[in-house]
Design a protein around this ligand. Sequence first.
Ligand code: NAP
Length: 327
Amino acid sequence: MPKSRAIHLASRPTGMPAAANFALVERDVPDAADGEVLVQNLYMSVDPAMRPRLAVDQPLGEVMGGGALGRVVQSKTDAFKVGDLVSNGMGFREYFTSDPRGLRKLTPDPDLPLTVHMHALGGTGFTAYGGLLHIGALKDGEQVFVSTAAGAVGSVAAQIAQIKNCYVVGSTGSDAKAAWLRDEVGLDAVINYKTQPIREALAAATPKGIDVYFENVGGDHLEAALSRMNTLGRIPVCGFISGYNSGGSPVSNLFALIYARVTMRGFIAPDFMHLYGDFQRDMGGWLKAGKIKYQETIREGIADAPAALIGVMSGENSGKMLVKLAE
Ligand SMILES: NC(=O)c1ccc[n+]([C@@H]2O[C@H](COP(=O)([O-])OP(=O)(O)OC[C@H]3O[C@@H](n4cnc5c(N)ncnc54)[C@H](OP(=O)(O)O)[C@@H]3O)[C@@H](O)[C@H]2O)c1
């Protein structure tokens, strides 16, 4: 019976979460009973979507929900054997005992680092792939704008657009991230929205307008993009991170949707599960060919998970934010 540490939500944050909103709790975890497995988590995913859930959905005094990758260390079911890697949604905890439902066996690609299954070749990459190609109906050679372009989802979306021979503009919040997008990824134009006014910078960077805006931010970014949308443009709405701490991201020019007949559509990955096989084939090939570059920000140890979440909401991460718990 191992001891397991976990992060609980202790109180609901107002504005930016603080360390005091979370508690590190240690519990005994039962050994696997018949039909169950005991799993040790290796990596935990840290996602902006956790922040809106802190306001209502995440119960107080319970383990923070979220995605993770673990290894089976005891098995009393034929579904998994000891050593199997499993994707799970058991959140910020070191160990858990569970029946096999909700666990997905991961067969890692031997030619790629394990961690890519937590981002480009995992959920965030699939979100970018389906959001851009299916919801955004991207066509070769279009004019594309991606916000949080140096983040986990945004960096993949921007590079898929490049692979589709599009003109790609990205926005980000630091000079270092802007340099990576410009020099390593090779975007056509990069905006640091913290040092340049987004509306003017986007207008200058999009002389042919925008056909697809891959929306991660909302607020002033959406306003700026709306004023540049081409006729029959599409805005796949992946996220509105600028409003997650404040509860909203106001926009004053939605009427622009009418004049340009723009389609704006929110989505989640289950909307396009039929594309998962295509995604794995395409993304695996692109990663091995060096056509998709990525960055990771990896914090060590369960105690650092609250700081990792605060960090992802503050722009501390370059690429995917992960917490590593074990080898
Ligand atoms: N629909 C879905 O199924 C789905 C799935 C995954 C993610 N998402 C959404 O996709 C977006 C990106 O998620 P991710 O996991 O890839 O995270 P990420 O981009 O790797 O990390 C979040 C980044 O957002 C930026 N940011 C933080 N506060 C901001 C603000 N007020 N204004 C502008 N940018 C801000 C920061 O980058 P900078 O330093 O560049 O500002 C930060 O590093 C989020 O909106 C998330 O909710 C949606």
